[in-house]
Design a protein around this ligand. Structure first.
Ligand code: URA
Length: 201
C-alpha cells in the first residue's frame, strides 16, 4: 500500500468509528509525498468534503492565490489538516428548520488524529511546516496564540523542523480592515524568504 492509501485507510477507520452526528464527511491530505513544503490547516468544510481535497472552498481560493503569488503551485506542496473530518453543528431555527454549519474541532477531536498527523509529517518529511491558524499551531508547538508568532521562521526543537506560523486564510474574511490585509500579505512575503532560506541550506 502506498503512503497516501495507508493514511487514507487509517483516517477512514477513525472517522467511521466516530459519532456521525458531529461530522459531515472526511478527507485526506493532498499533494506529493515526500515534499519539502507542508501546509497544515484546521479541518475541512463542506466544499472540501464534496471534492475530497483540502482547501478548495472559499478559504482555499484565497490560499491558492497567495501561494501562486510567491511562485508556488499546489503540485509543489503537501497540504493537510489537523482534524480530518468536517466538524459540524446542527442548528434548529424557530420555524423548526435545521441547518448545518461548520464549527472548530474540539481538543478531543484533534487528539483522535494525533498519530495520523505525526505519521503524515514523518512520511512527507518536509523541510518547513506552515501552520494555518491556531488549531495546527497549538497541536504542533507550545505557542498559545498565532498573534505572538505569525510571519516568523522558528526552529522547533521538539519536531526538529522549521515552522512558519501563519493566520488561517479565512481570517481575511473576518478582518476586513486594510491593516490586517497588509500584515497578512507581508507574512506571505516573509514566507517566500523563509522557504528560500530553508530550502537552500
Ligand atoms: N480550512 C481548513 O482549515 N482546512 C480545509 O481543508 C479547508 C478550509
Amino acid at each position: 500500500m502506498d503512503s497516501h492509501n495507508y493514511l487514507k485507510s487509517k483516517i477512514k477507520e477513525i472517522c467511521e468509528n466516530y459519532d456521525s452526528s458531529s461530522t459531515g464527511g472526511w478527507i485526506t491530505g493532498d499533494g506529493p509525498i515526500p515534499a519539502n513544503i507542508m501546509f497544515i490547516g484546521e479541518a475541512p468544510g463542506k466544499t472540501e468534503v464534496e471534492s475530497g481535497k483540502p482547501f478548495v472552498g472559499m478559504a482555499g481560493k484565497t490560499f491558492e492565490g497567495y501561494l501562486n503569488s510567491i511562485g508556488l503551485s499546489r503540485k509543489d506542496i503537501r497540504i493537510t489538516n489537523t482534524c480530518f473530518f468536517r466538524p459540524i453543528k446542527i442548528n434548529l431555527s424557530k420555524t423548526g428548520k435545521t441547518t448545518t454549519s461548520n464549527r472548530p474541532p474540539k481538543t478531543s477531536e484533534v487528539n483522535l488524529f494525533r498519530q495520523i498527523l505525526d505519521e503524515e509529517i514523518k512520511l512527507v518529511n518536509p523541510k518547513i511546516i506552515i501552520t494555518l491558524g491556531n488549531v495546527p499551531l497549538k497541536r504542533l508547538t507550545s505557542f498559545k496564540n498565532i498573534g505572538e508568532c505569525h510571519g516568523k521562521l522558528i526552529y522547533d526543537d521538539n519536531l526538529k523542523k522549521y515552522i512558519f506560523p501563519m493566520y488561517h486564510p479565512s481570517a481575511l474574511t473576518y478582518n476586513r480592515n486594510g491593516s490586517f490585509k497588509e500584515m497578512y500579505e507581508n507574512d506571505w512575503k516573509a514566507l517566500q524568504d523563509a522557504i528560500n532560506k530553508v530550502l537552500n541550506k
